[in-house]
Design a binder for this molecule. Structure first.
Ligand code: PHE
Length: 411
């Protein structure tokens, strides 16, 4: 990054007041975990591609997209939170790192594809814990039908996909009942014949139910549930969640594609569904990987455990001790404070040594009305012991940088 341009992969981009990518984040672009044959993310991608064998795959789109591809084409309202600098990585006002694989829907639909999968790395500014990392992988799936033939095609296809017997338990499985009309916030679209929309919704859920049952066939009674959801580019919309380590984790958002998008692709007489699978979340369950940072490890003790096309449970090497530090500061009420900015700053200094950052205390001074926050940061390496001195140094840097970059006052 020079003063007025950023170079990424030989391409130059002008910087502006929206630029917030960091060297740490840009360094992840070249990793391409989803294409490393024996990496869990790639093994999983392959497995899904094999299950959905007649879908065309796209696996090498660049993560650098326009804000138009990522948001506008998909009908994101101008004030959608995802557009905030606090939530997404911008190269400048009009170019960004994609936040989801849906950014490629329109271009592929416009090219006339009917059934496809897109796997890729996606980027989001977020909190810090064992399930969140600023880069992760999604697989987009799209299937399109002729409106007039949707119902017939769907019932024929559903028979073809069949029903797999699995220990995986689907809770509130709405695939058999027509509940799409109950989805208030995200109803069947006016322009869609109800029967076609219901058929497509049913087909989507059947496809995903069967995929998940087959993926998790060896998990003892893994619980999976459907819930209603909202996305700017699908209606109705749903989410699929799995119960893992006592928490419901979202593994997939999906729905019936907004007709507006089909029209933009110049396909007004067709109706389609789309899903976006979170590959890390699924891989964590399948391979028993307890911390999302492990996917990025270069440690042979991690990488050498996995073989192409095989699901094997990860055998943790000993967990190294954690080192915990608290930091307290006054927030300037006029300047605003966003947790994602704080987390980004900690990550940019500590890299993968930071495991968790949580606010543990907040109070407002009764007279000055100033707000004070206290964060607990847990540092731990995935592959070695950390020394007190190195963590002290990192913590000193964090203390210094929060003051200069975030304008808070240490207590
Ligand atoms: N892109 C959405 C997300 O990342 C998921 C999604 C994909 C939802 C396709 C609907 C259809 O959250």
């Amino acid at each position: 990054i020079t003063s007025d341009t950023i170079r990424i992969d030989g391409q130059s981009f002008p910087v502006d007041d929206f630029t917030n990518v960091t060297p740490n984040i840009l360094s992840k672009i070249k990793r391409q975990l989803h294409l490393h044959q024996s990496h869990p993310i790639s093994i999983l991608r392959n497995l899904i591609e094999t299950q959905l064998n007649d879908f065309r795959h796209f696996n090498s789109f660049s993560p650098i997209v326009s804000t138009r591809q990522n948001f506008d084409d998909l009908g994101f309202p101008i004030d959608h939170v995802g557009r905030n600098k606090t939530d997404s990585y911008y190269i400048n006002r009009s170019v960004m790192l994609r936040t989801h694989t849906s950014a490629h829907q329109l271009q592929i639909l416009s090219a006339g594809e009917n059934k496809f999968l897109v796997s890729a790395d996606v980027y989001r500014r977020d909190e810090i814990d064992s399930n969140h990392y600023p880069v992760f992988h999604q697989m987009e799936g799209v299937q399109v039908f002729d409106v007039a033939e949707a119902k017939e095609q769907v019932s024929c296809d559903i028979t073809k996909i069949g029903q797999f017997n699995s220990a995986c338990v689907l809770i509130s499985n709405e695939a058999d009942t027509d509940t799409s009309t109950n989805n208030q916030k995200n109803p069947i679209q006016f322009c869609h014949p109800v029967e076609a929309a219901n058929s497509v919704g049913l087909h989507l859920k059947h496809t995903l139910n069967e995929l998940v049952k087959r993926l998790f066939k060896d998990e003892k009674e893994l619980k999976v549930r459907w819930i209603d959801a909202y996305f700017p580019f699908t209606s109705p919309s749903w989410e699929m969640e799995v119960l893992y380590q006592g928490k419901w984790l979202e593994i997939c958002g999906c729905g019936v594609i907004l007709q507006d998008l089909m029209n933009k692709a110049v396909r007004p007489n067709e109706i389609g569904w789309a899903f976006g699978l979170g590959l890390e979340r699924i891989a964590m369950v399948l391979f028993d990987i307890p911390d999302i940072r492990l996917f990025w490890s270069n440690d042979p003790r991690f990488l050498d455990q996995f073989t192409t096309n095989e699901i094997k449970k990860f055998k943790p090497f000993s967990k190294y001790p954690a080192s915990t530090r608290d930091i307290s500061f006054w927030v300037d009420n006029n300047k605003g404070f966003h947790e994602n900015n704080f987390c980004e700053l900690v990550r940019s200094i500590a890299g993968d040594l930071v495991e968790d950052a949580k606010m543990i205390d907040e109070f407002v001074h009764p007279i000055s009305k100033r707000r004070s926050l206290c964060y607990r940061i847990i540092y731990r390496s995935m592959d070695r012991n950390v020394t007190n001195e190195e963590i002290n140094q990192i913590q000193l840097d964090v203390q210094k940088e929060v003051q200069t970059q975030l304008g808070v006052i240490l207590r």
